[in-house]
Design a protein around this ligand. Sequence first.
Ligand code: GSH
Length: 254
Amino acid sequence: MDYATVEEARDKPGLRLALTMGVPGPWSQAAKYLFEYKDIPFIPVGQMGARENPELFDWTGHRNAPVAVYNDEAPRVGWYEIVLLAERLAPEPRLIPANPSERAMMFGLITEIASQGGLAWQRRLQMVDVMYAASEDPKVRKTPDVLAIRYGHNRAAADQAEKTCAEILTMLTAQLEIQAAKGSDYLVGATFTAADLYWACFSQLLVPMADDLNPMPARLRGPYNAPKTLTVDPLLIAHRNKMYERHLSLPLEF
Ligand SMILES: N[C@@H](CCC(=O)N[C@@H](CS)C(=O)NCC(=O)O)C(=O)O
């Protein structure tokens, strides 16, 4: 990915998207695919994970990613408002179901995957533990130190993470089974939606794809892989592989 600096991007018109550089951060990956899927042009702007990013903060008021800035509108940071922006800028091909109960289901599923306290949030708490266990070197521990403070890591929070992850994974597997019984390959309704896109990207935080498809730094493979005690049903992985093959570009770019 060819990233612009904040200085190069901030005064440009159109969509600017700050994305975490060099790692397949799932919130950034999902935001990137939303706009790619809809053929909405954007300028990718580099954010450095777990760093201060003072220029990004000065521009948007945020240090993490993704941040979507469209023309002179207020910066958008939450996945929900970024999904709505993509749908507004290019209503077709749609990623949000027209049917309200399907829509509610879709947003509920992404909440479980990507919101505060959800699957990826819990996985990040576990990841901080793995990073701490890997080294006593204060320089290496700077990254988990920053993530721990930003995302509320403490012993009690990390200790309950596996249970919450397991519950959410069980729910997602059951949803795929319900859908399969209705003859659908998708998490909601009969077509590809943002829920499928978010699950595909966030599955990389449990079972990252092989290096040829997800060329992530080797040091991150350990932290990105789910602990052996956490079962990820093969149905969930087959689903994400299908979503990438049908609807999303491979290999991953970050
Ligand atoms: N604001 C996003 C979540 C963004 C987020 O958690 N970003 C993380 C992804 S790991 C990040 O940038 N972490 C590295 C950092 O804090 O620099 C949302 O609610 O959708």
